[in-house]
Design a protein. Structure first.
Length: 418
């Protein structure tokens, strides 16, 4: 077990090269199995979730080779169509393999993903869509057993613009018979990244990034090379890091157009932001304004993944901010930990009222999930004294070398094994 130990109160100053997006690379790696050949993915972040996805790929029969920021997947030897329960529990997003495995094998057996610290995370929309595409699905002994002669294109309407369901349908549809349409599709930039990768492999996906996606089924895909988009949530985390410590940061390769909601909130809270062809720059004005209200919404609305990092910032703002979490029902687990550090936050159902305090204080706190963990790191950077954060395995799911990146920007952070 690891701990992150942070001595707060030092302004963050420097430059960070933005890692590839976790939420883009996971579905892209799942998609690679459909090539039947070799795919090379660049700008691949080195994360626990990527390691776990590599294990899933190897269990399916792929050969996976890892370079510095590149991952190569040779899918010519696929010989299995199962993902066991343990891997599914460890990484819920493995559900994204379902569409890809079905497309390759016509059969898939995956453990039920189960609960998750941020909410129930049902997969009913995924299953309903796959059934529409002709898949016979039964739930047995904690497993989903899926079978189909050939996936059939059809018109699918999503009751909610789910990111994972949109991706699963796209994966299932690329080699299906005929055309598939998705209405009320999720519009996240990661969906565009997946579509671009699929099209590089020979797929015919149109309209990704809008709420209407069309996929014309093709008979065969081939290997491809692709570079993953920068991570927009990690970008926002580091921008907040500079704001909360009164510093300045240049995020190389960050894409401002992917984070308009977050950037406009940061500007409202007093950040001076400049977008250049090299990336995004933020300088603090030395004062943090509260923000009237942040409501999480599907993209291009305010991202649920940035809610907790922004709450850490609001905790030390001048005035009161309100947060409404509309996507996941249990995404305030960081609140009690922030309160241990001196924050004044009251939760009422899906809303949190944050009254800014003059100071946070170092404390022993625990991360219960990825972005909540990032919020604790940010709060610790602003706090007076030393904070020790356990549960770092959650933070490592999404942040590549967080202590290296922050310490190169002057933050006193170290990892210790306990
Ligand atoms: C993805 C992201 C996650 C992000 C989330 C919302 C990945 C690996 N993860 O998760 O970081 O927080 O999008 O932007 O890309 N829902 C259902 N039934 C379903 C599917 C979803 O009710 O079948 C509900 C969920 O419970 C949740 C909402 O839809 O309330 C959003 O979920 P979804 O967009 O599917 O998120 P994920 O794809 O799981």
């Amino acid at each position: 077990m690891n701990k992150l130990v942070i001595e707060g109160g030092i302004p963050m100053r420097g430059e960070i090269a933005m890692q590839g997006a976790k939420n883009a690379v996971l579905p892209i790696l799942a998609a690679s199995i459909m090539s039947g050949e070799i795919c090379v993915i660049h700008n691949c972040p080195w994360l626990r979730d990527v390691e776990k996805t590599g294990i899933v790929l190897e269990k399916l029969g792929c050969r996976v080779r890892r370079g510095a920021d590149t991952i190569q997947v040779d899918a010519s030897g696929i010989n299995d169509c199962r993902i066991d329960e343990r891997l599914m529990r460890e990484m819920r997003s493995s559900i994204i393999f379902l569409g890809a495995i079905l497309s390759v094998s016509g059969r898939a057996e995956v453990g039920l993903p189960g609960g998750c610290p941020i909410g129930l995370r049902p997969i009913d929309l995924h299953l309903k869509a796959l059934r529409q595409m002709g898949v016979n699905i039964i739930e047995e002994h904690g497993y989903l057993k899926c079978e189909c002669a050939r996936l059939k294109g059809c018109a699918i309407h999503l009751d909610f613009a789910s990111v994972g369901a949109t991706e699963n349908i796209m994966l299932a549809a690329v080699k299906a018979e005929g055309e598939t349409t998705i209405t009320n599709a999720a519009r996240e930039p990661e969906i565009i990244d997946l579509a671009q990768f699929l099209n590089r492999m020979g797929a015919k996906v149109h309209g990704a990034g809008s709420s209407f996606i069309t996929i014309e089924g093709v008979d065969k895909l081939h290997g491809a090379e692709y570079s993953v988009m920068p991570d927009r949530i990690v970008s926002q985390t580091y921008l907040i890091g500079a704001m909360i410590t009164g510093g300045e940061i240049m995020l190389k390769n960050a894409n401002a157009s992917h984070m308009q909601a977050g950037l406009s909130a940061l500007a409202e809270m007093g950040g001076r932001i400049k977008t250049t062809p090299e990336g995004v720059y933020l300088k603090s004005r030395g004062h943090i304004n509260s923000i009237h209200i942040i409501r999480t919404m599907p993209y291009p609305g305010f991202p649920t993944d940035a809610q907790s990092p922004f709450m850490a910032l609001a905790a030390v703002a001048d005035g009161t901010s309100v947060f409404v979490e509309n996507i996941f029902e249990n995404r305030f687990r960081h609140v009690d930990e922030l309160v241990r550090m001196g924050a004044d936050i009251k939760v009422e159902g899906r809303s949190a009222v944050v009254r800014g305090v003059k100071k946070l204080y170092g404390a022993n706190v625990e991360a219960y999930e990825l972005r909540g963990g990032a919020a604790l790191v940010l709060a610790a950077m602003a706090a007076e004294g030393k904070t020790e954060i356990t549960g770092t395995e959650f933070i490592d799911r999404g942040y590549e070398d967080i202590e290296g990146n922050l310490s190169r920007c002057g933050i006193r952070i170290r990892r210790i094994r306990v």
